[in-house]
Design a protein around this ligand. Sequence first.
Ligand code: ADP
Length: 599
Amino acid sequence: MQPTATVRHASTTDPWSDEQTRQHLQVLVEGVAVLAGFEQSAISLRRGDEFEVVAGAGEGVVENIVGRRLPHHVVEGELAKADHWDAWRFVPHDRVGDEVLEYSHVPTAAEIDAPDAWHPLDLLTAPVYDDDGVLRGLLSVDGPQDGLRPGPERLALLQKYAGLARTSVLLALEREDLSRRVQMADEARQIVRSALGEPSLDLVLEACRAGVTRSFGAVGMWLTAFDEHDRTTTAWYAVDSEAEPLFSEIDDVVLALAHRYWADQYVAQFSRSRSVHPGLPAEDAQQLLGFLDRIGIGSVLFVPMGAGPQCLGFLALSRVSDTPAWTDLEKEAALDIGRDLGRAVANARALEAERSLVDELRQLDGYRVQLVNTLAHELRSPLFSVSANLELIESEALDPEAQRCLSAASRGTARMKSVVEDLLTMAAIADPQREFVPERVDLRQVLTDVSEECSPAAVARQQNCRLDVPDGPVWCDGRPEELHRMFANLGSNAIKYSDEGGDIDVRLVEEPQEVRISFSDSGLGISEEDQARLFEEFFRSTNPDAKARPGTGLGLAIVERIARRHSGRIEIESKLGVGTTMTVVLPRPSGSGAPAVTA
Ligand code: ADP
């Protein structure tokens, strides 16, 4: 009887795909059948709580038995009552249990009439135990060709096959285990690579820790990252534990070790059963092993992490016991993961440095805004007093020379006033503390107001101003006073940098996603070099003709900041001596067809 058949058919899900190993076992079962004179033979391998038949010889065996499974406890039950024939176990038909019969394949060979005749329900199997005494497989034979239980001669041959079966079964299982581990290590690499897209180191770890520990057959892992001053931060994960170990206890030991291993591109395993721990002085080894004892870990794979020549930390994968030992393949995969995670640490560091630089700059910007604000406010009062006092002087009573001086002083204060006003506006819109609270604004209305305001200046220069706006309101989400200021600056520039009799066209165009507001003039135009610097604070054109016209160099810097605050942009089209078109492009608010809603 073949005890390795089962009624239910279980498909093979284990990595039973190594052709060479399979052939090896097949040759063995065929050899034992032919040379020891049996109709059938089969080899089963332990898979968890079951035995799976992986190779068979004899009529109908491959079709009927291979791939089937038998529960482990049933096998143990039969072996317990078997006669010991050296490495073989014989269970005579009258001792065979009912349960095993359920799972068995009984050959249909005729029984002969002799005292040592083989009974179809007799069971003969050679159990394969590993070095730890764990039952790992079975070699079974059935249906002796002479119809008799094996005599001493045949038994001697069978003993040899039992020895061979042991070697082959253990080898097959080892190879399977290895291929499974290769697969797992590859899987771990993939898991880490796909987690690298996460934006922070914590999230990278969170995305990969469960997968990596599972793939390595580990019970947990911890990752310690070093900063530029070798201060450590540790992220920790354990499958079954909540209490975080005190990793700082071993900082001194592991810091030096990680640097050294990264330089050597070396991965080490630490456990009590290893007498030598490369690069680790005996005292440090005791400290590390003591720590592992306290956290209930028997073995650790210590993987340095880094990028380029720089060691950035380490990854430790933990197992409860020293077996199975970490294979070279696992170490190789772990080192690869150390490199990938090293890059993630390097990125996180760079990002952190960038963030703190941005914070610093923002702070500086804050100081600058504050300074400009204070200065402008301080200047404003005396300036107003100067200009008010200048106005009080009755110019008619003065001689022509004094009159000239007075009007020069008045022009100067007027210019200073506009610089102060621009500085205050600039400080207000650049203030990082100032909140931007938009409301729904009708751009058509704002442009109409600005146009009316600019009209006297244009009329004075005999310029032809046209305003081309849609019939209905055009909505935008923003600050009305800022939008007004932006359009007023563009309008006054168009007038200022156009000669007498020039044409100025202001257009408001609605597009599906955006609103375009353009100011076109037939004025001086701007050279390409100047266009590149227009939005810099205090930039004034290099064109002497433009420079001769009064200005602060702050108008367009204000325009650009206001546009940015409104999620918009400025487009410039200009040709020296021909004219300029400045277009503000603003996003249309969602549901912009709706009536005006004041936020
Ligand atoms: P300001 O007009 O006070 O000098 P702006 O920041 O408004 O400062 O403009 C910067 C420079 O850009 C001006 O000095 C001028 O040379 C040039 N500029 C701006 N608008 C025009 C325009 N419409 N046509 C020609 N040049 C212009």
